[in-house]
Design a protein. Structure first.
Length: 295
């Protein structure tokens, strides 16, 4: 812990973060204009991760996105459709615009509790079936045990596997920290630095499958880590809040955190995403000032 903080010149200051979050919270109404809400819409990973998902249901969701582009031509597309790995081929074959990426949760999501070769095979198969982006969970069993070397080994192997499977395609790797299970800002910071050092293109808060998911505090710490990492390495890493982000004002809150800590350079789908299942219609309704139910 101390080694990473010393290396990047950063340690979380909970009191200062709380104060900054109070300021952000007081200004959200000023920020929430249609342009910002459309930006939030454009960076969504539109997600379906139910146990009873079917190929037919996933295809229906992708067709809704295809039709949305025709019915709402002044709106941007969501960044991606996020599904379980076995549905990668469905999304990739049904989407009409390749700008709509295929995102897959993989490596034994959401628990990450399995053998490493099994995790690697799932990632490889998802990419070969058309996934543009792979979201994996930090191996919490080894991280919480303090075995950071094992964490590094696994993340490095996943990075190498998805790159090789992509056969020259750029595959975006997002590492989910499951911040609700990390008991302190210091652990969140440690996990952030480890993931970024081993090749994560994004660090992501949560799976949405535990009791506590995305929180402004976790987001602020992660963004500060991204800023410190960028200052040290020159490499920009993206941020993705996920799990429980359902209202337009919650989206604006995370948008404002990113803008405050990282700046406008991060306010695009290459460096900022939302993992959402309910947010899309709420954003549309807030922009249109009436109830809209498309997704």
């Amino acid at each position: 812990m101390a080694e990473l903080f010393l290396k990047y010149g950063y340690a979380p200051d909970k009191e200062a973060i709380d104060k900054n979050l109070q300021i952000i919270s007081s200004r959200l109404e000023e920020v929430a204009n249609p342009e910002v809400l459309k930006t939030c819409f454009s960076i969504m990973d539109l997600t379906t991760l139910r146990t009873n998902d079917t190929a037919e249901g996933v295809e229906k969701l992708v067709r809704k996105v295809n039709n949305f582009a025709k019915e709402y031509p002044s709106y941007p597309l969501p960044a991606s459709v996020c599904v379980y790995s076995n549905f990668a081929k469905v999304v990739s074959s049904v989407r009409e615009n390749p700008e709509l990426h295929t995102t897959c949760v993989s490596a034994c999501f959401p628990s990450s509790q399995s053998f490493l070769p099994v995790k690697l095979l799932e990632c490889e198969m998802a990419v070969k079936d058309g996934a543009d982006e792979i979201d994996v969970v930090l191996p919490l069993s080894t991280f919480l045990a303090g075995d950071y070397d094992a964490v590094r080994t696994e993340l490095r192997a996943i990075r190498e596997t998805v790159d090789k499977a992509g056969e020259g395609r750029k595959i975006t790797l997002k590492v989910i920290l499951e911040t609700g299970l990390l008991v302190s800002p210091e652990l969140i910071a440690d996990a952030s630095f480890l993931a970024m050092e081993e090749g994560a293109d994004f660090i992501k808060t949560s799976t949405g499958k535990v009791e506590v998911n995305a929180t402004p505090m976790a987001a602020y710490v992660m963004c500060e880590c991204i800023k410190a990492f960028y200052g040290k390495t020159g490499r920009k890493v993206g941020f993705k809040p996920a799990g429980g982000v359902s209202s337009a004002m919650e989206a604006v809150c995370y948008y404002t955190i990113v803008n405050t800590v990282l700046g406008k350079e991060w306010l695009n789908k290459d460096l900022f995403r939302f993992g959402v299942s309910r947010l899309a219609n709420n954003l549309l309704s807030a922009i249109e000032q009436k109830t809209v139910s498309v997704f």
